[in-house]
Design a binder for this molecule. Structure first.
Ligand SMILES: C[S@@+](CC[C@H](N)C(=O)[O-])C[C@H]1O[C@@H](n2cnc3c(N)ncnc32)[C@H](O)[C@@H]1O
Length: 275
């Protein structure tokens, strides 16, 4: 069993920054999910796998000092980054607990039963060894009428570029396979079932698709994502250096091609209420 500290994308500064850029590119959909889940002034919100805190800090600004945000995170480096940024932003009501999400109830202690209005988690379930257990404990932490909102990618393999790049498709497939070593890139297809098994009523389940052309802000997403991930895929033998180089060339050519398009993997969103 892999330790959660071995999170496949790493937790160094460049990965924290990548998450920040990725958050900004997807923040419209995060705010929409928080709105749908009922986050408002005074809400008590749990953010599972909060990373350096990009989402937790935005939520803390939404709920204000009369509310509360608690992140749960496995990486000590991200915990430090979370606390430093919360302090710089004056968000004393945003805190983070270090630990493994599979032990959520014991990490929450006295807050394990009904202490939260909303639980949120994004880009985390696919990395979990046993996401059903985590959802079940998250459901327990909700008050009756509280909601859980989950967002994660599902379908790395449908990533495509036009003009077609074989190297891009190989890298997308290798990225999915590497996540599947310890997690499950198909977890969002199972999420409504997991939520129901945890006693929740599913209110919303839908994909959010994004495509990009060179010059669109989201076009830069792979340019930020791959420099961290591709060397790891080469090191682990999932792709060759030649494939990595071929992809870099294809990407440069596509960026200069006004006719190029790219389809990103969809993020699926599931929202459920505790009745
Ligand atoms: C892709 S990042 C997403 C971070 C954040 N949710 C966001 O949207 O910016 C995944 C995060 O989940 C954390 N994580 C993964 N598995 C975990 C586990 N079992 N326990 C605690 N944290 C975990 C990682 O350390 C990492 O910070």
């Amino acid at each position: 069993m892999a330790d959660h500290r071995d999170y496949v994308l790493g937790t160094d500064t460049s990965e924290a920054e990548r998450l920040g850029v990725q958050h900004r590119l997807w923040s419209d959909t995060a705010f929409a999910a928080w709105h749908r889940a009922g986050v408002r002034l005074g809400s008590r919100v749990l953010d599972l796998g909060s990373g350096p805190g990009w989402t937790s800090h935005d939520i803390a600004q939404l709920v204000g000092p009369s509310g509360r945000v608690v992140g749960i995170e496995g990486s000590p480096a991200y915990i430090d980054a979370f606390r430093e940024r919360a302090s710089a932003l004056g968000l004393a009501h945003a805190s983070v607990i270090e630990g493994d999400l599979h032990e959520l109830s014991s990490l929450l202690g006295g807050d394990a039963e009904g202490a939260f209005d909303v639980v949120y988690t994004r880009w985390v379930p696919c990395f979990l060894r046993d996401p059903a257990t985590v959802i079940e404990q998250a459901a327990r932490a909700l008050k009756p009428g509280g909601r859980i909102a989950v967002q994660d990618y599902w379908g790395y393999e449908i990533m495509r570029m036009v003009p077609r790049s074989q190297a891009f498709e190989q890298i997308a497939a290798a990225a999915g396979a590497s996540i599947n070593e310890t997690g499950d890139t198909g977890v969002m297809g199972k999420m409504p079932g997991m939520m129901r098994a945890a006693g929740l009523e599913v209110e919303h389940f839908a994909p959010i698709s994004k495509a990009a052309r060179p010059g669109d802000a989201i076009w830069d997403w792979p340019a930020i994502f791959w420099p961290n991930f591709v060397p790891r895929l080469v090191e682990s033998g999932r792709i060759t250096q030649a494939t990595a180089d071929e992809f870099a060339d294809d990407w440069r050519r596509a960026t200069d091609n006004p006719d190029a398009v790219m389809m990103l993997p969809p993020v699926f969103e599931a929202i459920a209420v505790k009745v």
